[in-house]
Every structure is written in C-alpha cells, then in structure tokens.
Design a protein around this ligand. Sequence first.
Ligand SMILES: Nc1ncnc2c1ncn2[C@@H]1O[C@H](COP(=O)(O)OP(=O)(O)OP(=O)(O)O)[C@@H](O)[C@H]1O
Ligand SMILES: [Mg+2]
Length: 449
Amino acid sequence: MTLFYGHNITHVSMNDSTIESLREALKHSPDNRPLRLLLAETLLELNRFEEAELEYITLLNSTNDTKVKVGLANLYFKKGSYSACNVILEEVIEGGTRDGTTFILYARGLLKENEISKAIDAYQKALAIDPGYVDEELDSQLRVRGAREELMDGDEEIDNRFLQKPTINFSDVGGMESVKKEIELKIIRPLLHPDLYKAYGKKAGGGILLYGPPGCGKTYLAKATAGQVNAEFISVDLNDILDMWVGNSEKNLHEIFELARKHTPCVLFIDEIDALGASRSDMKQSSGRHLINQFLQEMDGINSDNEGVLILGATNTPWNLDPAFRRPGRFDRIIFVPPPDEMGRESILRLKLQKKPIESVDYSTIAKKTENYSGADIDAIIDMAIEEKLESSFLDGIPKPINTRDLLNAAKRHKPTTQEWFMTARNFALFANDSGLYDDILTYMQIKK
Ligand SMILES: Nc1ncnc2c1ncn2[C@@H]1O[C@H](COP(=O)(O)OP(=O)(O)OP(=O)(O)O)[C@@H](O)[C@H]1O
Ligand SMILES: [Mg+2]
C-alpha cells in the first residue's frame, strides 16, 4: 500500500493490483484529486479506456485543471475519438496554455482529422515554445501531407496569391527616366519580341537587380513594370518564402519559379533579396547556403527551362549578396535607383497631389527645397500637410486646400531618410567596388575615384 504514496509510482510496473490498491485508497479519501488523477492515468496507461474516462469525468466535475483536460484528450486520442480530443484541446489552448506537449497532441489530433494546415500551425507553436519538441514522425507526416495537399488544391491558391493584377504603370512613377529605359530594353522588349532576340542568338531571360536607398521606388517601379508589360507578373517578397522548417524555403522557392515557368512570358519580381544576405546569421548556416544554391539553380534553369521568364530583383544591400548572383544569365545587370533629382521630385509631387485638394502649389520651389528626399519622404510630407489641414478644418468645419507653405512646413519637420544609406554605400563603393560595380553611387555622391 505505502508504495502508492511514494514519488516513483510511474516507474513501478502497473497492473491490475495497482489499480485495486488505488481504488482502495480512494475509498478512504474520495476527494483526493491527485490520487484520482493517478488512477485515471494508470487506467489509461493500461488501455482501460472506459474506466479511465469515468475517473477523468468525475474529476472534471470538481476541477477545471488543464492537466485533467489534457489527460482526457489524450484518452480520446488513444481510443480514436479524434474530434473529441481536438475539442478539448482547443479549449485548453484558448485558455492560453504554454505547454508544448499539449500543442503536439493537438497537432496529432488535427493530422488524424486531416486538418493539415491547422496541424502545421499547432506543431509550429509547440516548436516555438521549445524547439526540443521536434517530433520526427509528425514532422515528416506533416511535411509530406502538407506538400501533397498544396499540390491538390494549393496550385490555385499560389496563383492567386502571387500572380499580380497590374494597378499602376510607368506613368505613375515620377522621374527615374533612365531606369525605366533600362527596364524597357532589358525586360519589356525581349518579352514582346522573343523571336527577334532569338534570331540574334539572345535568350529572352536573365535578371535585373534594382538597388538603392529605402523609399526611392524600387518596389513601386517593379510593380509598375507589371502594368507596362503585357505579360504575367509574379511578385513575391523573399521574406514570405522563408520558412522555419528546414527544406521548406527551398520548396517554396521552387514552386514560385515553377509558377513563373508555367505562365510565360512572365516577369518574376523578387523583392527584399536582402533576406539572402550573408550578413544574416541564419544564412550563414548550411540551410541558408542551401537556399542560396537553390536560388542560383532556379535562376540558371538547371533542371528546367527559364525561357520567357525575366527576373527582377530589389534590395537595399547588394553588397551582402553572394557575388555568384551576378554571373551572366543571373542578375547580370544591376541598376542603381537613386533618390529622385529635382525634376523627378517635381513630377512625383505632381503625381501625388493630383487627386488632393490643393490651391496653387509651387511645385518647383518645393522640389528645390527637398534635396535628398525619397519618393516615400515626399509621400510622408504630403500626408503630414493633409493631417494638419484636416485638424484645422475640424475646428471650423470648412475644408481647406493644401498650399505651398503647408508642404514646405511639413518638409521642415520631416527630414530625408536616404542619407544613412549613403554613409554605408559610400564605403562599399570606395573599398569593395568590384569591377566598378558601384560606380553609380560614387558618381551620384560626386566622389572622384
Ligand atoms: N518615383 C516615384 N514615383 C512615385 N512614387 C514613388 C516614387 N518613388 C517612391 N514613391 C512612393 O514611395 C513609396 C515607397 O517606395 P518603394 O516602396 O518603392 O521604395 P523601395 O525603394 O522599394 O524602398 P525599400 O528599399 O525600403 O524597399 C511608394 O509606395 C510610392 O508611393
Ligand atoms: Mg521595396
């Protein structure tokens, strides 16, 4: 008898007489919950489901203990009542549990019910609580089934998610004339006249990498390219492809390239290529290396044909990108997207104020006084001016248009955000300027080599 009050109870091989003794003890103290829980757990261990269920339910009449609930869920799982198991665990999880094994059990239950994406989610939560919960079986099952499910009905989902309907074109982009021209030459024409290019032995393919300070229109221009070409346009942010599961990022990347190959002629825009940068600690690990290699292979079209797929990339930090990306056929043209010059700023101002309530605005003066401001900075200035006007309009109920002074005042309060980038870029351009790669930066900064 005394055995059952010891701490080593779970290590004792359990049998019917164990159960009997536990029941006997409970008779003397029926309200002893830990003892009843022990009985329930022991019964469960012995696969005596009905008796165990009775004990768990008796306990639940007097307690709300999550340990009891999870025990009962475990029981339901063992006897194959997966939906009952999941219902209980849902409740426990909603209550805010931080217990990884609960999430693991939930993932298993969901898997049985074929709720794959929810199962993946639950499993990832368990791993987020403690990476030690890694579970080989769950891991491989979920990955295989997750992939299969995606193949079955995910195709359309991927299409809808990444295939972009153009909403803007080049006429919405202020300035940037030379960049637009390059995109025209390298992307739009080859897509329009593939045969002509072929006749000269040139493949319509390859890539352009846009780089430059933040907010100067890389993403915006790429999206406008979609409206400019009469071709499919696939847009992804590389960060959306990265997945915490080893091997998943590669799979995602491959699927995106396959999507592009299926929809030729097409422009594949990959934003925030920085995510592959060597400076990121996760890219230094071998899994990061893997992804980089996979990316290079996809670009080369090693196992597949990239004919008719044009790749447009954008980054703030081209110097962190593995030089292998710049080989011929990959990002063989890299284009600097500087802050807009005075004329560019003027045309951005005009574009952005087109549909706003304004009174005579002196565009050229504002453009002169906003040197180094990015397109995003100009957006910000306009926003600030509008907010201010709104506030004073609320006071007397009369809407007031924006004028030159409002915009200049806002410019005084919002400093340009491009300068920090140039401090870093300058060093790379001066000291790591491989075959004049960053000469454009030096020219822009008026630094003589
Ligand atoms: N040349 C431009 N013409 C019109 N709008 C612009 C232009 N440049 C920037 N903008 C405006 O600024 C916003 C931010 O630009 P965008 O996101 O393209 O910058 P980015 O260069 O991609 O920056 P990041 O490096 O931070 O990703 C755009 O949504 C757009 O409204
Ligand atoms: Mg961007």
